[in-house]
Design a protein around this ligand. Structure first.
Ligand SMILES: [Zn+2]
Length: 92
């Protein structure tokens, strides 16, 4: 979590990612740390799942699994490759 500074990274990765939403689907400029979720991005042939912090991206529930207005659309699933590139470039 430290790596991502406790905020949703969707807009760093995709300028068109849009507004963040909390777990209740309420639009938020800032989603509180308790509400943030970790998304795992599989890269290469790295060992077992969920072990390397470098393979995780912090996202709000809206961008992670689609809450609120985003219901039914999962930004994270649609931007897998983009997240991978972002991680490969050292989170930039
Ligand atoms: Zn977000």
């Amino acid at each position: 979590m430290r790596l991502d500074g406790y905020h949703c990274r969707a807009n760093d990765i995709d300028p068109h990612a849009g507004t963040c939403h909390d777990r209740f689907g309420t639009p938020r400029t800032i989603v509180l740390p308790n509400d943030l979720e970790m998304d795992f991005v599989r890269r290469g042939a790295r060992g077992p799942r969920h072990t390397d912090p470098a393979d995780h991206v912090m996202l709000c529930p809206g961008h992670h699994r689609g809450t609120g207005k985003m219901a039914g659309y999962q930004w994270s699933t649609a931007h897998r490759e983009r997240m991978r590139v972002w991680l490969d470039n050292g989170r930039r």
